[in-house]
Structure formats: structure tokens, C-alpha cells
Design a binder for this molecule. Structure first.
Ligand SMILES: Nc1ncnc2c1ncn2[C@@H]1O[C@H](COP(=O)(O)OP(=O)(O)OP(=O)(O)O)[C@@H](O)[C@H]1O
Ligand SMILES: [Mg+2]
Length: 218
């Protein structure tokens, strides 16, 4: 599902990612840890096609996404990729329900269907009573769970998550992990960044990002 080979990425000076390789298969859940500032978010941005890189090869579902046109890349991402951002990236002028229903709208799911799918996804995150709240009316942890619901609602074949439990108590973190594991069990490939070492035993593979490369952690 994900095959990254010899990826190099820098922001002008030294490489943040230095000949990095990673392979994640269908139904595999991969965790990446590492100290702050080592390039974990950079890695997810590169793997998901949100950010460019200087050299190397990246294939997602056997497609070299770099070779696609701008509009084909957008379509590929919309159909196949989910992303939970470290900073949530919710749309502030839309309610929780509208935020979660939006990717379904882009995928042309009909209004009533996408509304009920979004309600179910928010319910699973323990937010059934916050459907009509705007992001600024929600706590950080609630916003994070809206972002998780938004990423899971399309059942993406590949899911990238950047510290999806970072702001959560253990009960809410459990809801998030249940959603992620259920997606993995239906055959999706998951790459998750976390600082929470206790989650490593739920994963099929675990790596530490250090010196621009991934080192096995298990
Ligand atoms: N847009 C950018 N322009 C220039 N440098 C950047 C940019 N984004 C990140 N960096 C630098 O790249 C390095 C890696 O940053 P990144 O955000 O990937 O780290 P991280 O491992 O996700 O950290 P954290 O655990 O704190 O989230 C840092 O030194 C950062 O300053
Ligand atoms: Mg980060």
C-alpha cells in the first residue's frame, strides 16, 4: 500500500529525511515515534503527498503519485487517503457535523446519507451531543476527536495520523484507537505518529525516526 524508497527531504539546509525507506502493507498498522523536531510530521506530509521531497521514490497503492497531474493527485487523495493532523485543521466556520460530512460531500455521497454517516462517526467518538458545535465551542480533545471522525468517515485505504491521541484522556483515546484498529482490520494501511509508548504493542510494526531514518523499535 505504501512503499517509500530512499526519500530525502530538506527545508533548505541539512536533510530532515535522509534516504528513508518504509513499506506498509494492506491491513498493517505501523507506529512511528521519536523526539520532537526529528521530522515525524514532515515524514507524514511527504508520504501523504501533501509536501514535496528532493529525491527518492514514493508509491501509494502501486501508484507513483508524483507522476499524477494536480487534479488526479487531488482525486487520488480524496478517494484513498485519510489524514489526522497534529493541529486538527478543522474548518472554523463549520459545525462538527459539517466538518465530518465534508469529505463525503467531495466524494459525492448524497446529503441524507452523508449526514447519517457523519452522525454515526461522531457518535463513535463520544460526540453525539456536539454535532452542531463549532470548533471554537469545543475543547482541544473534542476538536481532536472531530478530526478523527472526519478522517475515518470515508474509510480510507491509507490513513496517516499525527498524534491522534495526544490531547486525550484514556477513555477518549480508547475510542480513537478502536476506530483506527477497526479500519486496520478492514484492510487499510495505517501510519501513526505517537509519543505514547504504551500504544506500540497494538501495532504490527514500530519504528523510531532518528537521523532522518527509521529504525526498528520492536
Ligand atoms: N515548513 C518548514 N520550513 C522549514 N523548516 C521546517 C518546516 N517544517 C518543519 N521544519 C523543520 O523540520 C524539522 C522537523 O520538523 P517536524 O515538524 O517534522 O518535527 P516533528 O518530529 O513532527 O516534531 P514534533 O514531535 O514536535 O511534532 C524541525 O527542525 C523543523 O524546524
Ligand atoms: Mg510533529
Amino acid at each position: 500500500m505504501i512503499k517509500a524508497t530512499d526519500i530525502c527531504k530538506n527545508y533548505g539546509e541539512g536533510n530532515v529525511l535522509d534516504n528513508l525507506c518504509l513499506q506498509v502493507k494492506s491491513g498493517q498498522f505501523c507506529i512511528i515515534t521519536g523526539p520532537s523536531g526529528t521530522g515525524k510530521s514532515t515524514l507524514l506530509n511527504v508520504l501523504s503527498g501533501l509536501d514535496s521531497f528532493q529525491s527518492g521514490c514514493l508509491k501509494l497503492m502501486d501508484t507513483e503519485t508524483l507522476t499524477l497531474s494536480h487534479s488526479k493527485t487531488a482525486e487520488f487523495r480524496r478517494k484513498n487517503i485519510g489524514f489526522i493532523f497534529q493541529s486538527y485543521n478543522l474548518i472554523s466556520s463549520k459545525t462538527a457535523l459539517e466538518n465530518v460530512a465534508l469529505p463525503l460531500k467531495y466524494n459525492r455521497v448524497k446529503y441524507f446519507h452523508r449526514r447519517s454517516m457523519a452522525i454515526t462517526a461522531l457518535d463513535k467518538m463520544g460526540l453525539g451531543d456536539k454535532l452542531h458545535s463549532y470548533p471554537h465551542q469545543l475543547s482541544g480533545g473534542q476538536q481532536q476527536r472531530v478530526a478523527v471522525a472526519r478522517a475515518l468517515v470515508t474509510r480510507p485505504k491509507i490513513l496517516f495520523c499525527d498524534e491522534p491521541t495526544g490531547n486525550l484522556d484514556s477513555e477518549s483515546a480508547g475510542l480513537v484507537m478502536d476506530g483506527i484498529i477497526s479500519l486496520r482490520n478492514s484492510g487499510s494501511a495505517i501510519v501513526m505518529i505517537t509519543h505514547d509508548k504504551s500504544l506500540v504493542n497494538m501495532a504490527d510494526c514500530a519504528y523510531i525516526l532518528k537521523d532522518g531514518k527509521l529504525w526498528e523499535d520492536k
